[in-house]
Ligand binder design. Structure first.
Ligand code: BGP
Length: 487
């Protein structure tokens, strides 16, 4: 019993939150490069210049005004520009991952480093070279790369000029990018994920938004499903050894009360928030309840015969997901709302504890999710993100005693093991942010997840020096013992 031999242990990152070098060696900008820092209570802003030359800002759900263009403005700090400068530190960082005993490292490829606007015919060789060097370095240390092709970073040009993923013209452009990745990195990478947390597009949207937002969101998702399926097919053709997965933002939903209306609402949340994407990507077709979800907001999808065929032919080999929290839902009036990962919070659950950012810590929810999803799809699973964002204190002697992080991870590994003992075929566990990096949600550095501390701060100061936290030594033991020694 316990984790099988060859179980992959490691950490997960995303290009835009880690690499820095945002405008070096031919890289084009992405939306994250015009996104400022925020805090737990103040949203990140997207900056632009309007048609009359005046600067302005937007939040995530607001639309760019007519005639405006995204722009980097003088008065703001853009944390993703420098990330943690993995671009220049990757050898040192990989060495540290190897010291912990990583057998897998999840990272993403920045689309605009390979195709700066998305439209070029030929890829940017400097970008290819960077990733090839990183993969070779990982292989040198016997670390398997697990590569996300799209992690929230469409080239800015495509966002602005083509209107982002609601436009189906992005499908062939993405497929070209994915094909380049499969071809150039054949033999170096065998585990791939197409779209990170693909279900966020729908989960993002508050139910009371106008129908037009849902029309766009469901079309956006459909276009990504088709792009993903086409990429999966090509990835298998280029190298039959490739194992390609979907990536879902995993949240375990619970009914807050035993009112049957809450039980029904809970089921609906699973369908809309979790199963909708997993079903299409694993079963290759839309589920029956999809029509109900579209009808709620008068959504009419543009779906072609070719799309239907592509979905069928491009089902994923593995189901992967992030897991940070559970969420309780109710039809009754809510008094105490909590925060959440890319979604508005649910109701405070009296049995759970909450992080400084209001995220519920619920290890049992991970076991529930693993078993529920394995029953449904019966294909290998990977937990590709899990972790605790917390404030860390550097002691006088430079040490960092992050026992809260160890405690969070230990509890989750324990319940993960229970699911494995109950028959779930789990292949990998990659904690989020094994090295501190820029938060996706808030843009903060102070929201730290790492085993490795990075001396960079929210005002942009810091030396970028790396140092080991207590959790570094703990995770090393966990890996050495294949998840047996959790003390
Ligand atoms: C997921 C994203 C990651 C990551 C993580 C933690 O949604 O896939 O990119 O950042 O959440 O979230 P945050 O950085 O907001 O703490």
């Amino acid at each position: 019993m316990g984790f099988k031999k060859g179980f992959l242990w490691g950490g997960a990152t995303a290009a835009n939150q880690l690499e820095g070098a945002w405008n070096l060696d031919g890289r084009g900008p992405a939306l994250t490069d015009v996104t400022t820092g925020g805090t737990a209570t103040e949203a990140r802003k997207i900056t632009y210049i309007d048609k009359d030359g005046n600067p302005g800002t937007l939040t995530r759900l607001e639309k760019l005004p007519e005639g405006a263009h995204y722009a980097v403005l003088d008065d703001y700090l853009y944390p993703n520009h420098d990330g943690i400068d993995f671009y220049h530190h990757y050898k040192e960082d990989i060495e540290l991952f190897a010291e912990m005993g990583f057998s897998v490292f999840r990272m993403s490829i920045s689309w605009s480093r390979i195709y700066p606007t998305g439209l070029e015919e030929e890829p940017n060789q400097k970008g290819i070279e960077f990733y090839r060097n990183v993969f070779n370095e990982l292989r040198k240390h016997n670390i398997e790369p697990l590569v996300t092709i799209w992690h929230f970073d469409t080239p800015l040009y495509l966002e602005e000029k083509l209107g982002d993923w609601k436009n189906r013209e992005l499908i062939p452009l993405f497929v070209k990018f994915a094909k380049t990745c499969f071809t150039e990195f054949k033999g170096l990478v065998k585990y791939w994920l197409t779209f990170n947390e693909i279900n966020n597009t729908i989960n993002f949207l508050p139910d009371n938004m106008p129908d037009e937002y849902f029309q766009e969101a469901y079309q956006h998702l459909h276009n990504q499903f088709v792009a993903s399926a086409k990429a999966v097919k090509i990835g298998h053709e280029i190298d039959p050894e490739n194992k390609i997965g979907c990536m879902i933002c995993g949240i375990t939903y619970y009914p807050h009360t035993d009112d049957p209306k809450d039980i029904l609402l809970n089921r609906y949340k699973w369908e809309k928030g979790i199963f909708y994407c997993g079903d299409v990507q694993c079963f290759g077709k839309y589920p029956t309840y999809a029509q109900k979800l579209w009808d709620e907001h008068n959504v009419k999808l543009d779906i072609t015969e070719d799309d239907i065929q592509s979905l069928k032919e491009g089902t994923v080999d593995i189901y992967t997901f992030s897991y940070y929290m559970s969420m309780s839902v109710t039809t009754h009036p809510v008094e105490d709302e909590t925060a959440g990962n890319m979604v508005r919070g649910g109701i405070k659950n009296q049995y759970l504890t909450y992080s400084d950012w209001g995220w519920a810590s619920d290890p049992d929810g991970l076991q529930y999710y693993l078993e529920m999803i394995y029953d449904r799809y019966e294909r290998p699973l990977m937990v590709v993100e899990n972790g605790l964002g917390a404030y860390d204190k550097v002691e006088e002697d430079g040490s960092i005693h992050d026992d809260y992080r160890i405690d969070y991870l230990r509890k989750h590994i324990k319940t993960m093991k229970k699911a494995v003992d109950n028959g779930v075929d789990l292949w990998a566990y990659t904690t989020w942010g094994p090295i501190d990096l820029v938060s996706a949600g808030t843009g903060e550095m102070r929201k730290r997840y790492g085993f490795i501390y990075v001396d960079k701060h929210d005002d942009g100061s810091g030396t970028m020096a790396r140092s080991k936290k207590d959790s570094f030594y703990w995770y090393k033991k966990v890996i050495e013992s294949n998840g047996e020694d959790l003390d």
